[in-house]
Design a protein around this ligand. Structure first.
Ligand code: DQQ
Length: 536
C-alpha cells in the first residue's frame, strides 16, 4: 500500500515484506556479515516462523538471501525459533536453535553449513540426530528456548545457556558439551531472579574492565566482567546486569543485587527486544542487534504488508567512567551514510522557547548535539528534590526549573506532530543534580491507533560533562544515544504530516528557570542498498 510506504525506513534493516522479529545467529564469516532473523514468509503478523537470511560487507548495505531454514521437520514444524552461532577454532560454524515440535514442545536443534567453503552460507544441514536437547525434568515444555553462543570452559568444553523459568523466577540453565550433540546439564543455574518470569533470548558475554576492544565470548579471567541479559517475556524489555562469572561453580553474580537482571538497567528504554550480541573477530568488537517491533495496530501492519525493523547494530563496551553500565553506540560504518552536514553553534533557547533548526530535509538524519544549562540559573534554582519518572510525567509538557530541553524530531511546521527527545534535570539536596533522558511519543502522530507512551530513565552525567546526545532519524524510527551511549531510547513513531519534505527539526527548552545553549552538527543520511536476491 503506497499510502503507507513512507513508514519504510531508508537505512534500517528490514525484509521486503511480511513479519520479522528476533535477530538470530549473527556472525562474520569469510568477509561477510551474516544476519538471520525470525521471519513469517506468509503474513505481516507473527506465525509460521522460519529463518530469513541476509549478508553484508558492512552491516549497512544488505543482500537478501533465500531462507536459511524452514519448518520441515517434526522437531521444528511449528517454528524455527531463535538461536545463536558459535565459530569453532577450525572455522566451522555450529548453529543451535529452538524448534517448536509437532507437539509444541520447545527443543534445541543443531544445524551447520552444508558447504563451509561458501562465504554466503546458502545451504544449511539440520543434524540428523535432532533434537539435541529436550526440556529437563522440572521445566515446562513451553519454557525452554533460545540457546546462546557457546563459550569455552577451562576444561576445554563448550558451555551454553538457555532461558527458562521456575514458577515466576526467570532462570538461565547451563549445559556443557564437547560436540554440540551430547550435552550435560549443570546443576543449579547460571543465574535466576525471582519475579521476572520467563527469560527469553538470554545473552552472556565478557567485557573488558579497561574498555577498548570487544572480547571473544570465551575470554575470562582478570580484567574481565561478565554481562547477563534477559528479554522479559512479561514486560517485553531487554535487561542486563554486570557481574562476576564463577566458571567452576557455573554461577554468575551481579555487582549490585539492586540492579540485577530484569529489575535494573535496560539496553533501551524505548522499543527494543530479543537482542543478541556477537563478537566481530574482523574488527575486535562486540556488536548488539535488537528487534524493533511496531507500535501501531496489527490491522495497520496487515494493511502496509510488513512489520518490524532491526535497530542499527551497536558496539557494546563497559563504561570505564562509571564502571556500572555499558555504552552502546551505532557501529562506525553508520557514518559512511553521512552526506552533507550543517553546524549550528551556540544556539540559545530561553525558558519556554522553540527554535527552528533549518535543514534542507529532516527525515533521514544523524544528529550530534550538546546542551548546556545557564550556570547562574542552576545555582539559583531551588532544591526541589522532585521525584521524577519520564513515564509518569507529562512528557515534554512537564515543566521544571531545569528542563525539559532537547530536540523536537519528526515535527511538523506548526508542531501538530512532534517527538520530543530531551533531558530533564532535578536539583536535589546539597545542590546535587540528577538527570533523566526521555522521549515523548504523546504527540508523535495524529493517528489514534498508535502507542503514545512517554519513556526514559535516569542517566549519569559526570562532572565536567555536557548533556550530549546522538540521534539517528529514519522516517518512522528515532534511535537516541545519551552521554556516549549510557542510556538509549528507540522511538517507533508514525507521523502522518511530518513526513518527507514536511518534516522539521526544532530545539526546545520548556524549563522555567534556565536558558539552554546548544551546539549541533546534523548530517543528511544516505539510503542504504538493501537488495533482493537476484532471480537468476
Ligand atoms: N521469539 C522467538 C522465541 C523467542 C521469542 C519465536 C522472543 O524463540 O523466545 O519467534 O521474541
Amino acid at each position: 500500500n503506497s499510502m503507507l510506504s513512507w513508514q519504510r525506513t531508508a537505512f534500517h534493516f528490514q525484509p521486503e515484506k511480511n513479519w520479522m522479529n528476533d535477530p538470530n545467529g549473527p556472525l562474520f564469516y569469510k568477509g561477510w556479515y551474516h544476519f538471520f532473523y525470525q521471519y513469517n514468509p506468509n503474513a505481516a503478523v507473527w506465525g509460521d516462523i522460519v529463518w530469513g537470511h541476509a549478508v553484508s560487507r558492512d552491516m549497512i548495505h544488505w543482500l537478501h538471501l533465500p531462507l536459511a531454514m524452514v519448518a520441515d521437520q517434526w522437531y521444528d514444524v511449528q517454528g524455527v525459533w531463535t538461536g545463536s552461532a558459535t565459530i569453532l577454532p577450525d572455522g566451522k560454524v555450529m548453529m543451535l536453535y529452538t524448534g517448536s515440535t509437532n507437539e509444541s514442545v520447545q527443543v534445541q536443534n543443531l544445524a551447520y553449513p552444508a558447504n563451509h567453503d561458501d562465504p554466503l552460507l546458502l545451504d544449511w544441514v539440520k543434524h540428523p540426530g535432532n533434537p539435541v536437547l529436550v526440556p529437563p525434568p522440572g521445566i515446562h515444555h513451553k519454557d525452554f528456548r533460545d540457546p546462546t553462543t557457546a563459550w569455552k570452559t577451562s576444561e576445554g568444553k563448550w558451555r551454553i545457556t538457555i532461558g527458562s523459568k521456575v514458577n515466576k523466577t526467570g532462570i538461565a540453565l547451563i549445559y556443557d558439551t564437547e560436540d554440540f550433540i551430547n550435552f550435560e546439564l549443570k546443576e543449579g543455574f547460571l543465574h535466576g531472579v525471582p519475579g521476572t518470569g520467563m527469560w527469553e533470548c538470554v545473552d552472556f558475554y565478557p567485557v573488558a574492565v579497561a574498555g577498548g576492544n570487544g572480547l571473544d565470548t570465551s575470554v575470562n579471567g582478570a580484567g574481565v566482567r561478565h554481562v547477563v541479559k534477559a528479554s522479559l517475556d512479561d514486560d517485553r524489555h531487554d535487561y542486563y546486569a554486570i557481574g562476576t562469572y564463577d566458571e567452576e561453580a557455573g554461577k554468575w553474580y551481579p555487582d549490585n543485587p539492586a540492579i540485577d537482571v530484569g529489575i535494573g538497567i535496560r539496553y533501551d528504554y524505548g522499543i527494543f527486544y530479543a537482542s543478541k550480541t556477537f563478537f566481530d573477530q574482523s574488527k575486535q568488537r562486540r556488536v548488539l542487534w535488537g528487534w524493533i517491533g511496531e507500535w501501531d495496530s496489527e490491522a495497520a501492519d496487515v494493511r502496509k504488508g510488513w512489520a518490524s525493523l532491526q535497530g542499527m547494530p551497536r558496539t557494546v563496551v563497559l563504561d570505564t567512567k562509571t564502571g556500572s553500565n555499558l555504552l552502546q553506540w551505532p557501529v562506525v560504518e553508520s557514518e559512511s551514510l553521512r552526506l552533507r552536514s550543517k553546524e549550528f553553534k551556540n544556539v540559545v533557547a530561553k525558558p519556554g522557547a522553540v527554535v527552528p533548526i533549518k535543514l534542507e530535509a529532516a527525515t533521514q538524519l544523524d544528529i550530534v548535539a550538546e546542551f548546556e544549562l545557564d550556570k547562574e540559573a542552576v545555582e539559583r534554582a531551588v532544591e526541589s528534590d522532585e521525584e521524577f519518572k519520564c513515564s509518569s510525567s507529562k512528557g515534554a509538557a512537564h515543566r521544571g526549573a531545569l528542563g525539559p530541553f532537547g530536540l523536537l524530531v519528526l515535527s511538523e511546521e506548526t508542531l501538530s506532530e512532534q517527538t520530543p527527545v530531551y533531558f530533564y534535570v532535578v536539583k536535589g539536596k546539597n545542590a546535587t543534580l540528577r538527570t533523566y533522558f526521555c522521549a515523548d511519543q504523546s504527540r508523535s502522530s495524529l493517528a489514534n491507533d498508535v502507542n503514545k507512551q512517554i519513556y526514559g530513565s535516569y542517566v549519569p552525567v559526570l562532572t565536567g560533562e555536557k548533556f550530549a546526545v546522538r540521534m539517528l532519524v529514519d522516517h518512522s524510527i528515532i534511535e537516541s544515544f545519551a552521554q556516549g551511549g549510557r542510556s538509549v531510547i528507540t522511538s517507533r513513531v508514525y507521523p502522518t504530516k511530518a513526513i518527507y519534505g514536511a518534516a522539521r527539526l526544532f530545539l526546545f527548552n520548556n524549563g522555567t528557570e534556565a536558558g539552554v545553549t546548544a551546539s549541533l552538527k546534523v548530517w543528511q543520511m544516505n539510503s542504504a542498498f538493501i537488495r533482493p536476491f537476484p532471480n537468476l
